[in-house]
Design a protein around this ligand. Sequence first.
Ligand SMILES: [Fe+2]
Length: 257
Amino acid sequence: MRILFIGDVVGRWGTAFLCQKLPALRRMWEPELTVVNGENASEGNGILPSSARELFDAGAGVITLGNHALRRREVYEYLSQEEAIIRPANFHPEAPGRGWHTYDRPGLPPVTVVNLCGTVYMDCAWEDPFSALDRILPQLPPGVVLVDFHAEATSEKFCLAWDFDGRVSAVIGTHTHIQTADERILPGGTGYITDAGMCGAFNSSLGVKPQQAIRRFRTHLPTRFDNDNSPCRMSGVLLEIDPKTFRTTAIQRVNVE
Ligand SMILES: [Fe+2]
């Protein structure tokens, strides 16, 4: 079975681009499931229910989030009601929403998508992601398990994938907005990439106007960040997963201008 995973969608601009491109891309690549990291799909960080609905309407089967999952209070009730949008499972137990979702469709093995947040250079995870995944895996139905590990440090991402090699189908990194060229299949059959990349303005600073980001670096003063509106690139990966062994058999980076 094939899963399309799309990296962090940034702002109205990135959301509009993805919604325009995704239907044709799904016809071309024919994924059984499309997973989209939407933690910054609304303008100015975070996600609003309206953006999430747009992504679902365009073909997302599961939306994952990250450190900005709870940035907008307007989404809290939606996170509690809509099961296919998930925030990091290692947030505090009082956080609204859920940390994993099992996508169940006739003819497919159950596909559970787990969202986790890193702890290195991040300030949102309440539980360490390794212990969290140890705790979660026994609760999941037999089937495909795809982990969106939303983290900053390459070492933390790679070590989590190694630790859970053979126990989950894939570990896909998100958060840095920069696609890495290290996709691989680990010896136990876990597909891995350190970061899937971004869907947003390509010649920007991670999706925001470069001059604003430069000012922040030069002055260390509070600086307003606006999303950039230069031409977009959508980055992600296509995974082939054996429906019987639940192992990844192929992982390929995809980029669409
Ligand atoms: Fe993030």
